[in-house]
Ligand binder design. Sequence first.
Ligand SMILES: [Zn+2]
Length: 407
Amino acid sequence: MTLTILHGGTTLTPEPAGTADVVIGGRDILAVVPMDENRAGMPESPVALPTAPPGTVVHDCAGLIVAPGIVDGHLHILGGGGGSGYHSRIPELPADAIVEAGTTTCVGMPGVDPISKSPEALLARAYALPAIGPRAWAMAGGFHWPPPTVTGALVRDLYLLPHLLGVKVALYEHKATCPDLAELTRLLRELEWAAGATGKACLLHVHLGTAVGDPDLLVRALDGSGADPRRLQVTHANYSPATLDVAVRLGAAGSWVDVNPLINPARITGAVAPTTAVAESLARGVPADRITLSSDGNASVPRTLPDGSLERFAYRTELLPTVRSLTEEGILDLPDALALVTRNPAAALGLDGAGMLRPGVPADVAVLDMDLRVRRVFRDGVEVVRDGRATTPTPFRPESPSAAGER
Ligand SMILES: [Zn+2]
């Protein structure tokens, strides 16, 4: 078995582990070995280096951060869009672009268009991505209620298709057909049953829009269903002060609050800045370990601008820049901010072993510089990003330099 040692980086599991060696053997993490003061007088890397067998690969990570790979719970791997004409449909997201963002686990999200972006197509994309990119799961559902299914019923899909981790619905959304109270209550009961039957999270992932509606709808559905509050995750919490209020009340009662970094006042009038949304959630009693950030990458952008043209908007993920802003603004320290994109989403999604560095879990690791830019990424112990670029470029990327520069 080949050993790889990430040597001497500032290691966050995401809990702080000090300066440490992260030892990867094959596909798994074998050890996280602190180089602390207690070992004064010992060789610089006390366990890993002196005893490392021949062929061991050592990456010097001094001055860098070694962290779990990002867990992105809301990513439009199939391409979102389509709400502003056929020409506004977004193409599939290449695997190399996903890992270059530091993401080693993602959940493919259905979006506005359930017809050309069917659940079958979404699942096929999730099956394809791990070949050169992140491990990938998917959500059922989408903007239409009742949503299209593979087997004829949502609960059968969840039971029979292991890659499905839950159901997305849209509420308070002009473009969507939304479930009513009775339908939400029934859906939560079905998810509760499916979670028990399958051992999966079977999450109800609720996109909050800005249309007027009963602000207590989800509270009443949860109460009526008797479902575990952790079965519910509200996303786009920061779309407006009203959506944030709905999300925070649910978060304080035990549900997950998901903040979207693409929604910010610079792009969307009336939106709440992502860092403000996290700060307000914390101030109003949502525990830090129940808040997640998801990228919404490759979503229903570009938007149509007032002059009728399309916004210029390439795929990017704002997750790590938002983590950095949370620390710079003094809202969370780095380990807790990093947990919002690693350990917390893994917990919400029931992905045991993802989003943390500890012995025995798959070696999904991101090596970042001190500005949180991605330098290296390992997935299952394989180096998929080196010097910030994917080691295996997607075979389908356009060749022109201008196209490459767009990503
Ligand atoms: Zn989305």
